[in-house]
Write a protein that binds this ligand. Sequence first.
Ligand code: 5GP
Ligand code: MG
Length: 177
Amino acid sequence: MRRDGLAVLIPEDELRAGVATLAREIDRDYATTGMVIVCVLKGAAIFTADLLRVLQAEVHRLEFVRASSYGGGTQSSGDVRLTGTLDPSHLGGQHVLIVDDIADTGYTCVAVKNYISGLEPASLRYCTLLDKPDRRAVEVQYDYVGFTIPNHFVVGYGMDFDERYRGLPAIYYFPEE
Ligand code: 5GP
Ligand code: MG
């Protein structure tokens, strides 16, 4: 896959170590209960797949929601659209862990949490691989954060720019930005 002028922000080995550290934290919290994972498509697909394979705690179910707010640009519009409905009987009374790629303004977290709260889970936590706290526009809590990063637009490891670069194995940014 073409890397154009991209620069590496988090190399593969650091990513792998970060995902393993997150998995240990999650394992500790869900050791006795297990969890239902809700992956936020599309960006978190690859992170979720890797996380699942290193978790030791029981994953009772894997579900997906799709959140979109960017519409091809690099700025969140703040108007998060959720598509792909979840069966309430799959989440009600369950310990639900939402898995996302990157925390930016926080609007996605608020929207997904509000939606899933309405399905009455026993507990609800939010995991994000990356966090760009400089850009937060709403107050939200992320329970598990893999890496806190500076305010770059990043691609790779599931994340895109205009649907490109999702297959790159590390996290990259555009240095000329
Ligand atoms: P938020 O709603 O917190 O502003 O943004 C969260 C979503 O926006 C992420 O799940 C991701 O899909 C997208 N996003 C935010 N920052 C970036 C970025 O630097 N690169 C890419 N590819 N997507 C981003
Ligand atoms: Mg996302």
